[in-house]
Design a protein around this ligand. Structure first.
Ligand SMILES: Cc1cc2nc3c(=O)[nH]c(=O)nc-3n(C[C@H](O)[C@H](O)[C@H](O)COP(=O)(O)OP(=O)(O)OC[C@H]3O[C@@H](n4cnc5c(N)ncnc54)[C@H](O)[C@@H]3O)c2cc1C
Ligand SMILES: *[C@@H]1O[C@H](CO)[C@@H](O)[C@H](O)[C@H]1NC(C)=O
Ligand SMILES: *[C@@H]1O[C@H](CO)[C@@H](O)[C@H](O)[C@H]1NC(C)=O
Length: 508
């Protein structure tokens, strides 16, 4: 804190500052220029046109996930009608889109709404402290070695939900012995040559399911998806630009069509979710028979596409136009459901006794979950230990004033949840202004803390592993985790702000 003292004094109007440090003072600072940060920026500037804000982005480019991940075939596994921004609907016919086209869409959106001018790239937030004496946040920022200080009345964390630098440590015995190439999807070398090579992809999630057909198409010698347990993989047909439009799309105005598509893509997955909860056996049979139709006749369904859990207990993985299933017709792809005894110099020995030879091993085993970008947070010098916090309306941390963490849905399009949070925040900020409050802090009682639940309600292994890093949710009132979009959307615009929040003001 003492290092900051000098700079705080300089902040009192000395425009020259010192060469290493400049000071900025704003209403909102948004950290991260991924979908969450950009969406929040739009909500702030459209609902609160009189306030100023900036987005601090640690990397050289916006896009977050879609700019970082470069593995072959990188694409969304949810539809862009709901994943896209509600204020700038996805116009293309394909609901599932490539990483590159999502980044391009995000760039175009920021230009269209003037958000691009508000982003400072290569500005990595190194620490954030709430200062009660100032009633503001003080952020330490590293701009390519230059140290900058930002002050903000309100901070919004659009930093995503995983560590950008450290991948999840894959717990794979003997991996260090492997003499071939080891690749983690988060750090895929763009010049990796896999033509004609033998590849093993370890994992069963969206990433593994994306990589497999993509490397088959790009000439891999053979690819084996090695999974401990199978997941649900469901086709999502992709209308092509040249396909004739459905009748309603020809007669209705474009904006109405786009709005309808969005509604449909919110509703249908939710109905599907309800169906899966109500008729798990039937849905299980349905998904299985759909997959079977697209697969080669002799494909061993059991155990490879026979999940142990019911559909939607974990995220259902959507694939465009059956591309995953079609890859098995080439004879160069297979799935093996087994556990690893050990990795050797040239492959993987399985507990069944089988040996998989490999030139390249891809560990698509998950992300290192983390919230707030790993930034140390403190309140008046006291560090905030995030796993001890409870989340107020899935958006703010107990005990932390004027601070929002944007965590979207994990079983529906992320952005829908992120937008609900952003709308809630701008409403809260208006409430502060209208009542001349300078702070709002979530406060949870000991009673409400009892019997906490997980914030992310998926059962996948990496979510289980990471729950130690995440804040908690409660069972009642504003502490409950996110539910469905319709309810959360109502909460964002209508729910009482007073429940669980304490307001304060300091006379100035
Ligand atoms: C491969 C993959 C596929 C996915 N597919 C889908 C999908 O189809 N549908 C879906 O709903 N979700 C999907 N997800 C989840 C996905 O992460 C979210 O949809 C979404 O990208 C999260 O957006 P975000 O803006 O919150 O975070 P991110 O996209 O992760 O962006 C965070 C930004 O914050 C910046 N940042 C982090 N720390 C700092 C710091 N200290 N200072 C400054 N800047 C910082 C980062 O550089 C980054 O630009 C996928 C995730 C992965 C990894
Ligand atoms: C932003 O607005 C605040 C008033 O809320 C003001 O003090 C500050 O100087 C403004 N910052 C910039 C960069 O315009
Ligand atoms: C996501 O999971 C939550 C909690 O399990 C549930 O309430 C919600 O309806 C689910 N949403 C979708 C779209 O599956």
């Amino acid at each position: 804190m003492h290092g900051g003292l000098l700079i705080d004094q300089l902040a009192g109007g000395n425009a020259n500052g010192s060469p290493e440090s400049t000071t900025h003072s704003l209403d909102f600072v948004i950290v991260g220029a991924g979908v969450s940060g950009i969406n929040a920026a739009y909500r702030v500037q459209s609902a609160l046109p009189h306030v100023n804000y900036t987005i601090l982005e640690g990397r050289h480019e916006l896009g977050g996930t879609w700019s970082l991940f470069k593995y072959p075939g990188i694409r969304s596994d949810s539809d862009l009608h709901t994943y896209g921004f509600s204020f700038n609907p996805w116009e293309k016919s394909n609901p599932i889109a490539t990483g590159e086209s999502i980044t391009a869409y995000m760039k175009a959106t920021t230009r269209k709404f003037g958000i691009d001018k508000r982003i400072s790239f290569n500005h990595k937030v190194a620490a954030a402290e709430w200062r009660s004496d100032e009633q503001r946040w003080r952020l330490e920022v590293n701009n390519e070695g230059r140290r900058k200080i930002y002050w903000a009345k309100f901070v919004i964390m659009g930093t995503g939900y995983y560590d950008y630098e450290k991948p999840l440590k894959a717990d794979i015995p003997g991996l260090e012995r492997f003499q071939g190439t080891r690749v983690h999807p988060q750090f895929w070398p763009e010049d990796l040559d896999f033509k004609g090579k033998k590849m093993v992809v370890i994992g069963s999630g969206a990433t593994a399911v994306t990589i497999l057909p993509a490397v088959v198409e790009k000439g891999v010698g053979s690819v084996t998806q090695l999974q401990r347990s199978p997941g649900y993989i469901v086709n999502m047909p992709q209308p092509k630009p040249e396909d004739p439009l459905p009748y309603y799309q020809r007669i209705l105005p474009r904006w109405m069509v786009l709005r309808w598509l969005r509604f449909q893509f919110v509703l249908v997955p939710y109905l599907l979710y309800l169906l899966c909860q109500t008729f798990p056996k039937l849905m299980r049979w349905f998904f299985r028979s759909e997959a079977r139709k697209a697969l080669p006749k002799d494909f061993p369904m059991d155990p490879n596409l026979q999940p142990k859990y019911n559909p939607w207990d974990q995220r259902v993985c959507f694939v465009p136009d059956n591309d995953f299933f079609k890859a098995f017709h080439t004879g160069r792809a297979r799935i093996v459901t087994d556990t690893i005894r050990t990795v050797t110099e040239d492959g993987i020995e399985l507990n069944s006794g089988e040996k998989l030879e490999a030139d390249i091993i891809v560990t698509a085993t998950g992300l290192n979950l983390q919230v707030c970008g790993g930034i140390p947070i403190s309140v008046d010098g006291k560090p905030v230990h995030i796993p001890d916090c409870y989340v107020w309306r899935a958006t703010m941390l107990s005990g932390v004033p004027n601070f929002a963490v944007i965590i979207g849905y994990v079983n529906a399009s992320w952005t829908l949840g992120a937008d609900a949070s952003s709308r809630l925040i701008v409403r809260l900020f208006k409430h502060l202004e209208d009542n001349k409050y300078t702070n709002a802090t979530p406060h949870i009682t000991e009673e409400e803390k009892k019997d906490p639940v997980q914030m992310l309600t998926l059962k996948s292994t990496y979510v289980r592993l990471a729950n130690g890093n995440l804040p908690h949710a409660g069972r009642t009132g504003p502490w409950k985790p996110r539910d469905n979009y319709f309810l959360d959307s109502w909460t964002a615009s209508r729910a009482r702000l007073e429940d669980g929040l304490a307001f304060g003001r300091v006379a100035t």
